[in-house]
Design a protein around this ligand. Sequence first.
Ligand code: ATP
Ligand code: MG
Length: 262
Amino acid sequence: MASVFCVANQKGGVGKTTTSVNLAAGLAQLGQRVLLVDLDPQGNATMGSGIDKRDLTPSVYQVLLGMTAVAEVRRHSDKAGYDVLGANRELAGAEVELVDLDRREHRLKDLLRPIMPDYDFILIDTPPSLGLLTLNGLCAAQGVIVPMQCEYFALEGLSDLVNTVRQVHAKFNPELVLIGLLRVMFDPRITLQQQVSEQLKTHFGAKVFDSVIPRNVRLAEAPSYGQPGVVFDKSSRGAVAYLDFAQEMVRRVRAPAIAAVA
Ligand code: ATP
Ligand code: MG
């Protein structure tokens, strides 16, 4: 049965999609069966997995609205090594259209249920907001992975996100836990980044992942080739770090605390 993780941070451009596609590809390289769900109308995770968002008819949008089945939308990316439920700009309409539907917060959870046995990991990439799409991601997941840059304002935004996770836990999804904070685009030469990293460890302790993702241009180049960085240049520093992170996730899922939640 799949472990489901939502990659979330309401701040834009912090590395959610880069983390989603590279973790998915890293897990696939470790022999795990992975589905990546793109819940962002920008469709970056879809494109970054080598699937053209313009060819998606239907997309995850129609599945969320109950107009089609997952099987009609799910596509395997041979290059990336995992399955994708792709998104494109159509999905922007869902923020509004879901409002009047039954179980609006649980639509994604309900549609994933029948395909849970097909995967070891389901990862959900979310848009930079705490709207209904992200809420669907949080309601479907057992854990939240928060990529963040170690800068001053990152900490400020984090308290909003932690509060949202608490509220979702209390109201909608008692399984949900904050699995961890992933330091991304990290540059150890910058003193402020080191300081923020230390503060994070002080406040969040074991919830800060051991793996640290460096700023690495190969990770930024990979999407334009329709590939995750760990496939595009496996030996680059960024790819090695994401492969480490994939291993850390496999270890965490097997650890008793999370296994109990799963
Ligand atoms: P959005 O909020 O718009 O969905 P996001 O949080 O998904 O953004 P990404 O798209 O993953 O963020 O990353 C933002 C930009 O930073 C992209 O151009 C990406 O290629 C680049 N980037 C992400 N991680 C790294 C890294 N470790 N090193 C260098 N560039 C990176
Ligand atoms: Mg993104």
